[in-house]
Ligand binder design. Structure first.
Ligand code: UD1
Ligand code: CA
Length: 465
């Protein structure tokens, strides 16, 4: 079989997005629009993808390079003179090393719900070597805005843009989703001759349909899969559809997703069987949740590895961190980057952890700040403990060895170490290392002055007048 190359047209500005960001870089379920389209053409078997870029091209190029590497290359369309012109600009890169029988898929960069299987059907339709082109078609009750499909007898003989249509033609419900397969030789022969004879004065790729003299294979598809995005209302509508599909995939794979409309599980997130995802949960980036976990209401996890059997109670937020097996987090815990919570450890409400590891079975259950720390196993960190890690210039490490006990309202002025099994009395400010097994106590002795409270009150009251 001859090889398949794909062209994705993505040079347009996307004026209706009203954005400094190029349209195709707006994200759906955590991936830019262009990602979804490139993935679909790769799924359809394209060996090489040429993306036509223009507006905001630096951002688009950088993204594509990072996400797809060598398989995707870009060509620049300096001035956007229409879809036919964009295809002309791509032609030299597409032609490189290919013979004229090769199949070229062409699609727009703003139709993220496109399915690889539908593109594949176009490639298959080109199996007949005499075929010049194949295209998807779809039908809507009202196809306003789209190019309409013109047929003679059963054959597709042309596409007419909405603005160029007569009132009669505008009643046509069958439209052009702008997804095509072309024989390379057909593009090479016909693209150079395109003329801007239309209402917009542009070079229309769609003019190639009329030139094929009825030798066009058309494949009907679900209009929902070829819907384009022009504004942010359409962006959110299609994102909701993609998110719903992703949530459903997890459900069918054994995850309880309480309400698929009320969660945001981004593309690429992995979740194990028998895990429960409650309402309002957002899972982003390279997040991986194990089996048998509960991620309770309102938790937001970005690039977090959660091992099996973890409970994350409501409204906990974690980023770039790891939570070990059977650990319990929250409610209202904040795990900032590079936190590593050990097996069966507990981190409770209003505890902020940053770049700190907590060993197996250790606990910090209430109101604490653990920054730049190394906490061993079975350590108890009392309420109100603060790792004073920052002197205004540098960050310093607090080390709590295995089995140590940190009483409530302790400040540890880093760099400092509390030894194995050591005990820090409540209310102590630790400025020096505590040896293994020692008790550190650093608080002023209490005095009780009998009757002073009443005397004090009387004096203050008399001063108030
Ligand atoms: C195009 C089709 C129309 C079809 C519709 C489906 C033409 C003439 N019309 O219209 O029949 O129903 O798509 O959505 O092809 N682009 C470039 N360079 C350009 C112009 C466009 O790269 O000079 C890119 C855009 O970034 C976009 C895609 O091509 O991703 C489609 O362009 P757009 O202007 O949106 O075409 P439509 O008017 O929607
Ligand atoms: Ca469009």
């Amino acid at each position: 079989m001859s090889s398949v190359t794909a062209v994705v047209l993505a040079a347009g500005k996307g004026t209706r997005m009203k954005s400094a960001l190029p349209k195709v870089m707006h994200t759906l379920a955590g991936r830019p629009m262009i990602h979804w389209v490139v993935r679909a053409v790769l799924e359809a078997g394209a060996e090489r993808v040429v993306v036509v870029v223009g507006h905001g091209r630096d951002k688009v190029e950088a993204y594509l390079k990072g996400a797809f590497g060598e398989r995707v290359e870009t060509v620049v369309q300096e001035e956007q003179r229409g879809t036919g012109h964009a295809a002309q600009v791509a032609l030299p890169a597409v032609s490189r090393g290919l013979d004229e029988d090769s199949v070229v898929l062409v699609t727009a960069g703003d139709t993220p719900c496109l399915r690889g299987a539908d593109l594949r059907a176009l490639v298959d339709a080109m199996g007949d070597p005499t075929r010049a082109m194949a295209m998807l078609v779809a039908t809507l009750p009202d196809a306003t805005g789209y190019g309409r499909i013109l047929r003679r007898d059963a054959d597709v003989v042309g596409v007419k843009e909405h603005v160029d249509c007569s009132a009669e033609e505008r009643a046509i419900r069958e439209f052009n989703p702008a997804v095509y397969a072309f024989r390379l030789g057909y593009l090479q022969k016909n693209l150079p001759g395109l003329q801007p004879n239309n209402a917009q004065g542009e070079l229309y790729l769609t003019d190639l349909v009329a030139r094929a003299n009825g030798a066009v294979a058309d494949r009907p598809v679900d209009p929902a899969t070829v819907e384009g995005i022009n504004d942010r209302a359409q962006l959110s509508a299609l994102e909701a559809r993609i998110l719903h599909g992703l949530a459903r995939r997890h459900q069918l794979a054994g995850v309880t997703v309480r309400d698929p409309r009320a969660v945001e599980i981004h593309d690429g997130v992995e979740i194990g069987e028998d895990t429960v995802i409650e309402r309002g949960v957002v899972l982003r980036g390279a997040t991986r949740v194990g089996r048998g976990c509960t991620i309770d209401v309102g938790c937001v996890l970005t690039n977090v590895v959660v091992e099996d059997g973890v409970t994350m109670k409501p409204y906990s937020v974690a980023t770039d961190s790891r939570v070990g097996p059977k650990a319990q987090i929250g409610p209202f815990t904040h795990l900032r980057p590079a936190s590593d919570i050990g097996e069966s450890a507990h981190v409770g409400n209003f505890v902020e952890v940053k770049k700190t590891s907590l060993g197996r079975g250790s606990k910090a259950n209430h109101l604490a700040y653990l920054g730049d720390g190394v906490v061993g196993e079975d350590v108890n960190v009392g309420a109100g403990t603060i790792f004073c890690n920052y002197d205004g210039f540098k960050k310093h490490v607090t080390t709590l060895d295995d089995g140590s006990f940190i009483g409530s309202d302790t400040q540890l002025i880093a760099p400092v170490r509390v030894g194995k099994g050591a005990y820090v009395a409540t209310g102590t400010t630790i400025t020096r290392d505590v040896p293994d097994g020692a008790l550190a106590i650093g608080r002023t002795a209490q005095q009780n002055k009998e009757g002073y409270a009443d005397r004090l009150r009387a004096r203050l009251k008399s001063q108030k007048k």
